[in-house]
Design a binder for this molecule. Structure first.
Ligand code: PEP
Ligand code: MG
Length: 571
């Protein structure tokens, strides 16, 4: 048995067989072949295995996920049997006397380039299909297995170098009991999604993929950031006991689902949820969310080959607004960039994606994308209590520009007799230090703030949120962060506005007493953290926490703050 240490990303215990999710090595070299018919036969055999495999995947996807999700695999099969492509590859093997791998790659690269340059969106999507199919056929030529997480049909723990947010979104909760990755931090988006999906996870173990083989028995201890490999039966029994205790604890918290969040001295705060898709709504309702404090709309744009249409977006926003009745729903406009990529936008690679063309910066530059989203939001606004929030605002000018585009789209809709809600609050995420420092000026123009501590901490401490080597600098309790948070809350209150927090800090049990003391109005977190936070807040007195927060603001280190919180708030 051995033990790996990492960063606890999502609470809970998972015990299951390991399933390695590792990018296959599809490298090969160019070779001259003598026996041309045999090489062509080898190519056709790889094609036919790929086709049977895709048919199975398509049928499983149709059963498990529905016809829409399965359609992509039909498109892949069409590429595989496309006579023009198949003939061109065969001809290349014949004329150049080259191996099938080389002929395949050269030919498909040429087709991909051709499709990518076309004006027509539909044709550009075909490039992505050809790329996927090439990978599959190559894997069969090279006898290398390619993995497909949607095909998992037994309980497993996923072992990966990293999981992108769209990999995580595709994990089937029924079978994926937990995951562990080599890289990543507490606020990387795969960690955030694991909390939403209630999948226990440990990230940043540095060498999980090196130490764990397929089929090893693995325990993911999401509470303590530990991963046990092939544990003894005693260790398994201890963890099974922990699992039972956690379930009992959750049953206790569940009793608070219909309660208001009121502190021991009768002060009300709002406990809202962060969601990524309309499917997350069920979790919000089941966990007693009082609103949606952050709808990360970028997930609507991910795991696909083209931008979502205005109609698709409208339906998603309407569903969320209606699902929450008249409760507030803060929808954040597109925040891609950083660890959330959209390959089909073909944006140039950046040296520092977290400091690059991200979120509102991209939207102001690519206004057609932005305007489509705003129109969908404005049209959906009549179905509930919508608030619109712009991400990554660094200057007032950016906010003014974004607001002006929103106003233009609103006028255009009204001119066309399309209904839009009368009052839609428009706010910003405060996640860049310049904005926190200038919050008094912003507060005059915005309707609300929501503090995005995942980014605010990474930018204040200059520590990449994805990099496990500097994870120690993710310090939500550092007095420097607390002072910034205070500046934002005070600035809003001076102008009669409200401040929420939708970074992971809002659901953190050490931070909650401090944030209550600093006067935060709305706490938005993974739905699965809400009931625990409510249980905690019911026990706290705001007046005591104001004193605690004032003391913390004068302290020198995060450790000192943690000690003070523990001493004063029963933790
Ligand atoms: C944040 O930065 O705190 C935030 C909530 O946004 P995201 O995690 O999506 O960057
Ligand atoms: Mg952010």
């Amino acid at each position: 048995m051995s033990l790996l240490h990492g960063i606890s990303a999502s609470n809970g215990i998972a015990i299951a067989k390991a399933y390695r999710f590792v990018e296959p090595d599809l490298s090969f070299s160019k070779k001259t072949v003598e026996d041309i018919p045999e090489e062509i036969a080898r190519f056709h055999s790889a094609l036919s295995i790929s086709k049977s495999e895709l048919e199975v995947i398509r049928d499983t996807a149709e059963k498990e996920l529905g016809t829409d999700e399965a359609a992509i695999f039909n498109a892949h099969i069409l590429v595989l049997i496309d006579p023009e492509l198949v003939t061109a590859i065969g001809d290349k093997i014949k004329s150049d006397k080259v191996n099938a791998e080389y002929a395949l790659k050269e030919t498909t690269d040429m087709f991909i380039m051709m499709f990518e340059q076309m004006d027509n969106e539909y044709m550009r999507e075909r490039a992505a299909d050809i790329r996927d199919v090439t990978k599959r056929v190559l894997s069969h030529l090279l006898n290398v297995e390619i993995i497909n997480p949607s095909m998992i049909t037994e309980e497993v723990v996923i072992i990966a170098e990293d999981l992108t947010p769209s990999d995580t979104a595709q994990l089937n909760r029924k079978f994926v009991k937990g995951f562990t990755t080599n890289i990543g931090g507490k606020t990387s988006h795969s960690a955030i999604m694991a909390r939403t999906l209630e999948i226990p996870a440990v990230v940043g173990t540095k060498e999980a993929t090196k130490c764990i083989k397929d089929g090893d028995i693995v325990i993911v201890d999401g509470f303590n950031g530990q991963v046990h490999i092939n544990p003894t039966s005693e260790v398994i029994a201890t963890y099974e006991n922990e699992q039972v205790k956690f379930e009992q604890q959750k049953a206790e918290w569940a009793k608070l689902v219909n309660e208001k969040t009121t502190t021991a001295d009768k002060h009300h705060v709002e406990l809202a949820a962060n969601i990524g898709t309309p499917e997350d709504l069920e979790g919000v309702i089941n966990n007693g969310g009082e609103g949606i404090g952050l709808y990360r709309t970028e997930f609507l744009y991910m795991g696909r080959n083209q931008l979502p249409t205005e109609e698709e977006q409208f339906e998603a926003y309407k569903k969320v607004l209606q699902g929450m009745s008249d409760k507030p729903v803060v929808v954040r406009t597109l925040d891609v960039g950083g660890d959330k990529e959209l390959p089909y936008l073909n944006l140039p690679k950046e040296m520092n994606p977290f400091l690059g063309l991200r979120a509102i910066r991209l939207c102001l530059q690519e206004q057609a994308i932005f305007r489509t989203q705003l129109r969908a939001l404005l049209r959906a606004s009549v179905f509930g209590n919508l608030k619109i929030m712009f991400p990554m605002i660094a200057t007032l000018d950016e906010f003014r520009q974004a607001k002006a585009v929103l106003e233009e789209e609103k006028q255009e809709l009204l001119n066309n007799n399309i209904n839009v809600a009368n009052t839609i609050e428009v706010g910003i995420m405060v996640e860049i230090p310049s904005t926190a420092i200038l919050a008094d000026q912003f507060a005059k123009e915005v309707d609300f703030f929501s503090i995005g501590t995942n980014d605010l901490i990474q930018y204040t401490m200059a520590a990449d949120r994805m990099n496990e080597h500097v994870a120690y600098l993710y310090q939500p309790y550092n007095p420097a962060i607390l002072r910034l948070v205070k500046m934002v809350i005070d600035a809003a209150h001076n102008e009669g506005k409200w401040t929420g927090m939708c970074g992971e800090m809002a659901g953190d049990e050490i931070a909650i007493p401090l944030l209550l003391g600093l006067g935060l109005d709305e706490f938005s977190m993974s739905a699965t953290s809400i009931l625990k936070a409510r249980a905690q807040l019911l026990q706290l007195k705001k007046s005591d926490m104001v004193e605690l927060a004032n003391e913390a603001l004068q302290m020198a280190t995060a450790d000192e703050v943690v000690r003070a919180v523990k001493a004063r708030s029963n933790l």
